[in-house]
Design a protein around this ligand. Structure first.
Ligand code: AHG
Ligand code: MN
Ligand code: MN
Length: 281
C-alpha cells in the first residue's frame, strides 16, 4: 500500500504545478454526472491515471472524470476511486481545491475501503492519509517533500457549521436544524470545496459539514465512492462520525453505480447526535 501513498504524493506535486500554471478554461466535454469538465479536471485525471499505470498492485481505477472502470493490472489487489480535482470551479477565484482517493479491496462498497487520502492545494500543499492502524496522518509539503506534521483527532463538540446546496432547495427540517446550530453560536465556514471545508473542521477541532438531500438533488450531490466514503473513513478514524439522512453510517454504503451520490453529514459526536434528533432518525 505504501507504493500507492508514494504515488499520491508524486501526483499531488504534479497537479499542484498544473493548477498554478495551466489554462483555466473548459474542455469540450462533460463528465458522468453531466458537469462540464475543465481542462484542469481532465489533466489531473490523466496525471493520476499515468502514475498508477506503473503500480502493479492497482487493479482498477474509477474516476469522477471517467464513465466506467479502467482496468490496469489484472493481478492487482486494489481499486482506487478518485476525484482528481475536487472544487475545480474554484481555481479561477484562487480558492483552495483538492484531490480525494478511496482505496478499496474487493467489491466497490464502503465496508471494503482499506484506506483513504486527500490532498489540499491551498497556500500550502497538505495531505491526509487514513488507514485502519492509527489516527489519520497529516503531512505538509516543505521544500518539495511531504513531512508529517501530526495526527488528526476531532473534538467531541466543535464550533463550525458548513452546509452545501442552495438554501431555497433545503428541506424545512434541514433549515431548522442548521438555524439551531447558528442560534447556539456556531460559525458559518463554507468555501464550496469539500476538501478544504472538511479539512478545516477536522483541524479546528470539530463542527458539522452537511450536503443534504435537496429538492433539486434528492440523493445529494456528493459521490459515494470517491467523495463521501473516503471522507467518512477519515472522520471515523479521527474520532468523529459520518452518517446519511436516515442515520446510517456512510461506511455502510453500497453503491449500485460508480457515480451514485448520497446525502452526507460529517462531524463531531455532539453535532451528529443533534442532527439525528432534528431529523428524527
Ligand atoms: P467537483 O468540483 O468535484 O464537482 O465537486 C464540488 C463539490 C464539493 O467540493 C462541494 O462541497 C460541493 O460541490 C459544493 O456544492 P454546492 O455549490 O452545491 O454547495
Ligand atoms: Mn468533487
Ligand atoms: Mn472533481
Amino acid at each position: 500500500m505504501n507504493e500507492i501513498f508514494e504515488t499520491i504524493k508524486k501526483v499531488a506535486l504534479e497537479i499542484d504545478e498544473a493548477i498554478k500554471t495551466e489554462d483555466l478554461g473548459y474542455s469540450d466535454s462533460a463528465n458522468s454526472s453531466g458537469e462540464d469538465q475543465l481542462k484542469l479536471d481532465v489533466q489531473s485525471d490523466i496525471i493520476i491515471e499515468e502514475a498508477f499505470a506503473s503500480v502493479e498492485i492497482v487493479k482498477d481505477l474509477v474516476s469522477e472524470e471517467k464513465e466506467g472502470v479502467l482496468s490496469l493490472h489484472k493481478d492487482g489487489k486494489y481499486t482506487i476511486c478518485y476525484d482528481p480535482l475536487d472544487g475545480s470551479s474554484l481555481v479561477d477565484v484562487n480558492l483552495s481545491v483538492g484531490s480525494i482517493f478511496g482505496i478499496y479491496e474487493g467489491e466497490l462498497q464502503a465496508s471494503n475501503l482499506v484506506a483513504s487520502a486527500y490532498v489540499v492545494y491551498g497556500p500550502r500543499i497538505e495531505l491526509v492519509i487514513a488507514t485502519k492502524e492509527s489516527k489519520p496522518k497529516h503531512y505538509r509539503v516543505s521544500k518539495g517533500i511531504f513531512v508529517q506534521v501530526g495526527e488528526i483527532a476531532i473534538d467531541k463538540k466543535g464550533k463550525l457549521n458548513a452546509s452545501g446546496g442552495t438554501q431555497q432547495n433545503w428541506s424545512k427540517t434541514h433549515k431548522t436544524f442548521i438555524d439551531s446550530l447558528f442560534a447556539e453560536g456556531y460559525r458559518l465556514r463554507y468555501s464550496g470545496g469539500m476538501v478544504p471545508d472538511l479539512h478545516q473542521i477536522l483541524l479546528k477541532g470539530g463542527g458539522l459539514f452537511s450536503y443534504p438531500a435537496t429538492t433539486d438533488k434528492p440523493n445529494g450531490k456528493l459521490r459515494q465512492l470517491f467523495e463521501v466514503i473516503p471522507f467518512a473513513f477519515v472522520y471515523e478514524m479521527a474520532g468523529g462520525e459520518a452518517i446519511d439522512d436516515k442515520g446510517n453510517r456512510l461506511m455502510q454504503l453500497i453503491p449500485s453505480h460508480p457515480h451514485d451520490t448520497s446525502p452526507c453529514f460529517f462531524g463531531s459526536l455532539y453535532e451528529i447526535t443533534k442532527l439525528k434528533e432534528a431529523y428524527g432518525v
